[in-house]
Structure formats: structure tokens, C-alpha cells
Design a protein around this ligand. Structure first.
Ligand SMILES: [Zn+2]
Length: 184
């Protein structure tokens, strides 16, 4: 739990009559970050929409899908979002053109006006959206760890062809019980 980011009732935000600002500095339980999540979130109740904006930063440790090495990635959020307050955004509301101008991507989410806004959840969702589906450590990625797995294998084709091991292989062969040849 990030300190101070408790859910707030939407009616309280409405009664506030001005934007509410949260200073963010802490770790989220579901997001293992190397550094605390820092930044701020601001929410303003504007009748039938809630305008939320926030800027956040943290650093997470990821595992490269290609070389399997760990690397750090900075997540940066600088976003604003309009959340519809109601269960059924009607065409009438969208049709008046007000929201379209302010939110080109449209209203993504809606909240029950009798419910509450959860700033911590908003922070988590925004940071999660920054994470890529495929993790790559960067241009310097050494690629799949082929060398490592080959060296770890006890007997590789290269080792068998090495003439220096021939004497050992002969010795091994002579010690192996082979009934067909050793009973003369
Ligand atoms: Zn890599």
C-alpha cells in the first residue's frame, strides 16, 4: 500500500469543489519496483466526469526474454484520463462534442458515482500499461544463451573429437564389461 493513497468517495471529491492532489511516494504490493513509485496524482470531479491526471516514475527489474539476463527499466507515466461517472454513457452525452475535444481517445472507463476513486489502483494501472509485452534488455543484448548451455553439458561433440581425450576413451572402453570379446 502506498501511504496516503486510500480510496476517496466520489461525493467527497464533488464536495471538495477543487482538484484533489496526492503526492505519491511508496511501493505497490503488486508491482515489485526497485525504487519507490514517485510522483503525483490529481483528480477533479466535474459533474458527470472525473478528470484524473498524474505523473509517476519508478524503476523495475525485468528479465530479458532473449538472453534471460536481468535488466532495469524506468517506467514513466505522464497521462490524463477522463472517467465517466455513471453506468451508461449515453450517445446524447458523447454527441454534444464537449468530451471529444478534450479526450480524443474517448472515455475509457466509467465509475459508479456513488462509489469511490482509488488513486493507488489508478497508479498501478497506469504503470502496468507502460510495461511491454516482450522484454528486451536492449541493443547490446547478447542473444540466446547458447554458449552457456553447451559448456554446461557434460559431453559435447567438441569434447569427444578432442584427440587428448582418446586415451581416456580407450581406457573406458577396456574397462567396460563386453562378454563377446573378453572371454578368450
Ligand atoms: Zn537480452
Amino acid at each position: 500500500m502506498i501511504p496516503g493513497l486510500e480510496p476517496v468517495a466520489l461525493k467527497d471529491l464533488l464536495a471538495l469543489g477543487q482538484p484533489k492532489v496526492w503526492e505519491v511516494n511508496g511501493n505497490h504490493d503488486e508491482l515489485a519496483s526497485l525504487t519507490p513509485i514517485r510522483g503525483r496524482v490529481c483528480a477533479e470531479h466535474r459533474g458527470n466526469i472525473l478528470e484524473v491526471e498524474g505523473s509517476l516514475q519508478t524503476i523495475i527489474c525485468l528479465r530479458c526474454d532473449r538472453c534471460l539476463g536481468h535488466f532495469n527499466q524506468q517506467l514513466t507515466v505522464d497521462n490524463s484520463e477522463l472517467i465517466w461517472l455513471g453506468s451508461d454513457p449515453s450517445e446524447e452525452t458523447f454527441g454534444n462534442g464537449i468530451f471529444d475535444a478534450e479526450a480524443p481517445e474517448g472515455l475509457m472507463e466509467c465509475l459508479d458515482p456513488r462509489g469511490s476513486f482509488e488513486p493507488e489502483r489508478w497508479v498501478f494501472e497506469q504503470l502496468s500499461l507502460q510495461m511491454s509485452v516482450v522484454n528486451r534488455c536492449g541493443d547490446h543484448c547478447p542473444g540466446p544463451p547458447v554458449q552457456t548451455s553447451a559448456a554446461a553439458a557434460p559431453t559435447t561433440p567438441t569434447a569427444l573429437k578432442d584427440p587428448r581425450w582418446q586415451a581416456l576413451r580407450d581406457l573406458q572402453a577396456s574397462m567396460e564389461p563386453s562378454p563377446d570379446q573378453r572371454h578368450d
